[in-house]
Design a protein around this ligand. Structure first.
Ligand SMILES: NC(=O)c1ccc[n+]([C@@H]2O[C@H](COP(=O)([O-])OP(=O)(O)OC[C@H]3O[C@@H](n4cnc5c(N)ncnc54)[C@H](OP(=O)(O)O)[C@@H]3O)[C@@H](O)[C@H]2O)c1
Length: 257
């Protein structure tokens, strides 16, 4: 990438939660290709190691942390360790998340509800709060990217608990966008549609889902992790310098059809 490009991230550092797979790995790959050093968070050390090996090919520094974002103390420790290893960070991608499966609302369980809230909502809250302390202390601004979902704004039948968490992170992002604007820290959300990752593995092999849902995607296919490389670079870079509190839908046109 040309040095004078407004998309050049050389010399910047990014922390990506859920960076070992799926959409988070796609975003991390985009950031690494644009020249950023990256820290990947996830729970499974093997997946982290293979993502680290892949991203290292782009030439920047890549570090990993095995951390459960639902664990408040672990998040605080991992933020400190990551800031130490990268010498601070400029971009934060709050992306780690799990699905909740599908169940008729009246049959949905409190156990699943608590589990999905713990990772998707508590995890985003702990991560953003602890990482914001580092960004504010650095005093050099920054960019925060929060992965929400179309489920935050569209009716998610049989998936209400998951959708609640995604609406919650949108509210978290917007509140932080206003509060941190004076510190030069921008906070923007990304709302993916139907993306082929481990999270949607069951749906991908479900013929009637493909026939009834994916066939309605105007761009005619499942989204892929690679489709998130560009939006991460754009939101992390100077190209989006006057953009904060925004929500970018990446769904192949599904929501407007
Ligand atoms: N796929 C879609 O269609 C879709 C649509 C809208 C929004 N999203 C959102 O996009 C984000 C990424 O989802 P994805 O589809 O890429 O899923 P994925 O392929 O299953 O990847 C999830 C990532 O999050 C990590 N993770 C999960 N729980 C964690 C925890 N408690 N602590 C730390 N890391 C954790 C996973 O690593 P470990 O399992 O090793 O921890 C993995 O790196 C999620 O927030 C999801 O809600 C996805």
């Amino acid at each position: 990438m040309a040095k004078d490009s407004m998309f050049d991230l050389t010399g910047t550092r990014a922390l990506v939660t859920g960076g070992s797979a799926g959409i988070g790995l796609g975003m991390a790959r985009g950031l690494a290709k644009a020249g950023a050093d990256v820290a990947l968070w996830g729970r499974n050390p093997d997946r982290l190691a293979s993502a680290e090996a892949e991203l290292a090919e782009h030439g920047g520094k890549v570090v990993t942390q095995s951390v459960d974002v639902a664990d408040e103390n672990a998040v605080a420790e991992a933020v400190a360790a990551t800031a130490d290893e990268l010498g601070g960070f400029d971009t934060l991608v709050v992306n780690a998340g799990i699905g909740a499966g599908v169940a008729k609302f009246v049959d949905s369980s409190t156990e699943t509800y608590r589990k999905v809230l713990a990772t998707n909502l508590d995890g985003a809250y702990f991560t953003l709060r602890e990482a914001a302390k580092v960004l504010l202390a650095q005093g050099t601004g920054g960019s925060v990217i929060v992965t929400s979902s179309l489920g935050a704004v569209q009716g998610a039948a049989r998936n209400q608990a998951y959708a609640m968490t995604k609406a919650g992170v949108l509210a978290l992002a917007n509140g932080c966008a206003v509060e941190f604007a004076r510190d030069g820290i921008r906070v923007n959300s990304v709302l993916p549609g139907w993306i082929a990752t481990d999270m949607t593995e069951g749906l991908q092999s479900w013929e009637s889902f493909t026939d009834n849902v994916i066939s309605r995607v105007p761009l005619g296919r499942w989204g892929t992790p690679e489709d998130f490389e560009g939006i991460a670079v754009y939101l992390a870079s100077d190209a989006s310098r006057f953009q904060t509190g925004s929500s970018t839908v990446i769904d192949g046109g599904y929501s407007i059809f």
